[in-house]
Design a protein around this ligand. Sequence first.
Ligand code: HEC
Length: 160
Amino acid sequence: MVLFLKNKFFVYTALASFMLIAVQCSQSSDKKAAALSQKDSTVCSSKKPLNPNGDSELALLMRSMNTSTASFRELIKQGKLPEKFPEEFLKIHTAKPTDPATSTPIFEGFATSYLNGLNKLYASPKDQLTSNFNIFVQGCVDCHQQFCPGPIKTINKLKI
Ligand code: HEC
């Protein structure tokens, strides 16, 4: 009987410590998840509006570039280029970002090399359309690695 009680006590203690560990673990993974989702929505989310005043000029431009690039992709797969050069993309240098800290010489550098990729695509011989398109999309990814990791997965899917 004493043995049984002892065992029971042991079982309860073990159970209690197990539950404590479980709770602690789930709390820390909750914290991690919260930190991640916070990072996603503040650094760069493709879904939620990022600031209380609505989406920034740059965020709207990005969304539109994303849609246009997806339609370029379909044309390029057929060996064609869109007829009109997307002038809108040039606004990347002037559109206001959500976070003013984004506007740095590093950002400008990525924006310039991204636009160089766009020019190269438009000057591309037919047999290099696909590779030049992928280089252009890599220009999006390069900048995003520095400034806005959230949408990288989506952007990579644009590659052919
Ligand atoms: C020079 C850097 C740079 C380049 C190049 C760039 N992006 Fe972005 N992108 C950003 C930044 C910074 C943001 C965050 C904008 C903001 O919140 O104001 C962003 C935001 C986005 C978003 C989220 C928009 C939203 O709804 O909040 C998408 C999607 C996106 N970019 C796709 C692209 C695609 C596709 C390309 C290439 C065709 C591209 N980006 C090229 C820096 C860049």
